[in-house]
Design a binder for this molecule. Structure first.
Ligand code: SF4
Length: 415
């Protein structure tokens, strides 16, 4: 019996949901599940290519397409060769979507904008990973002008505390040592729950209710929506990882306004300086878009200068990708080649910042979660490898001291 193959594109939330589907679809034979992403045209192109290849290599296999791109345009994905069914983003999380009879019953794509609650889940493992992602939130109520995600994920919905605690306990029982809280817009967690608790309260309660939880990490956060509990945890809770990944998107106020972001560069600067004031070794990352429509050389220099000034070691740079149906798609575009050139400039600035950051960590002791027998990540998410010939057990947390740094991270020895 061939278990379903799952191809996952996009974000941590999709990775989490693929594990949910792996459980639901375990009994199906000769099925390939493609969990698509709609953030960029490139992500969609790769998924289409993967579907065509899968059909060529396994013409007998039944392909089921799901994920944001399929939710947004089911007919287009349903027309691809070998595809027998398109399943929506809510529907994919329901066990009844993955029965043998359901497979032959046509598409199941419910109206995601009508979704009001998260579908309860319990994932027990993450194939091939040592840290586990836990969904705490779904959907998004914002409307950034470049983004199609709200139309693939629906309105913001929070996973109740009890369900998060149960999920975390289940994963810890399965041997996971680090939990990464994920969603689409996690800082909006709680806005739809009684009393409107904030994300920081969830983290505080989770750490209190699950004393065995050694490492809690946040995925991307909105710079202006970091609440006081998060700041307190960063300052004084060793189990709360000193790491912030900011959904920055640009370093130019004019571009941020045209993106309809909720922050300006001054807000982002305040957050970064406050974080470094609390923990000088904190790991800071950011998502940045290069070549957003109307971005001329001057506005681009503002972003490049901001990124360079802030020295962000974990910089994720994306050349702007036109998303049909978004307001930005109707704005005057920057030529594709120029978007790519600007992205390369930003990545270079990120590489310089990363190298500089790793050098500041040489000589420091750190707890490294080993992902393989020779490499892992520290609390601040610095990539760490053992010296030549050194080995450790994957999945274990090992105390180390950094002895050298290069562009790829740190070399560290056990203490
Ligand atoms: S916050 Fe903005 S970028 Fe993020 S998912 Fe929502 S609309 Fe998209």
């Amino acid at each position: 019996m061939t278990k379903p193959d799952i191809m996952t594109f996009g974000c941590r939330l999709n990775t989490y949901e693929s594990e949910v589907m792996r459980g639901h679809a375990a009994g199906l034979e000769n099925v390939i599940i493609v969990n698509t992403c709609a953030v960029t045209g490139e992500a969609e192109r790769q998924a289409r290519q993967a579907i065509r290849r899968a059909h060529r290599e396994r013409p007998e296999a039944r392909i089921v397409v799901t994920g944001c791109a399929a939710q947004i345009d089911p007919d287009r994905w349903g027309a691809l060769p070998g595809v027998v069914r398109v399943v929506g983003n809510e529907d994919k999380l329901r066990a009844e979507s993955w029965t043998a009879s359901a497979l032959g019953s046509g598409d199941a794509v419910s109206d995601i904008m009508a979704a009001r609650e998260t579908v309860p889940q319990l994932v027990t493992e993450f194939a091939g990973r040592t840290r586990a992602f836990v969904q705490v939130q779904q959907g998004c109520d914002h409307r950034c002008t470049f983004c199609i995600i709200p139309f693939g994920r629906g309105p913001s919905r929070s996973v109740p505390v009890g369900a998060v605690v149960e999920q975390v306990r289940t994963l810890l029982a399965g041997g996971y040592r680090e939990i990464v809280l994920t969603g689409v817009d996690i800082t909006s967690w709680g806005s739809d729950l009684p009393g409107e608790p904030r994300l920081g309260q969830l983290c505080r309660r989770l750490l209190a209710l699950v004393p065995d939880l050694e490492r809690l990490r946040l995925s991307s956060v909105d710079p202006v929506e970091i609440d006081e509990d998060i700041w307190r945890l960063l300052e004084s809770e060793p189990r709360f990882m000193p790491y912030l990944h900011l959904s920055l998107q640009a370093g130019s106020d004019m571009i941020l306004k045209r993106m309809k972001r909720r922050h300006l560069t001054s807000d982002a600067r305040d957050v970064i300086l406050r974080a470094r004031g609390l923990r000088s070794d904190i790991g800071i990352g950011a998502d940045v878009i290069a070549g957003f429509p109307t971005e001329d050389d001057g506005l681009f220099s503002e972003t490049l200068d901001f990124v360079t000034e802030m020295r962000l070691p974990y910089l994720h740079v994306f050349p702007y990708s036109v998303r049909p149906g978004t307001p930005a798609a109707r704005m005057p575009a920057v030529p594709v080649a120029e978007r790519k050139r600007r992205a390369a400039c930003l990545r270079q600035a990120g590489d310089v910042a990363a190298r500089g950051y790793y050098e500041t960590l040489v000589g420091r002791e750190m707890d490294v979660l080993m992902e393989t027998s020779v490499s892992g990540h520290s609390e601040t998410f610095a990539p760490v490898r053992l010296p030549e010939g050194g080995v450790a057990e994957a999945g274990r947390i090992v105390r180390m001291r950094a002895v050298s740094a290069d562009a790829g991270g740190l070399t560290a020895e056990r203490v």
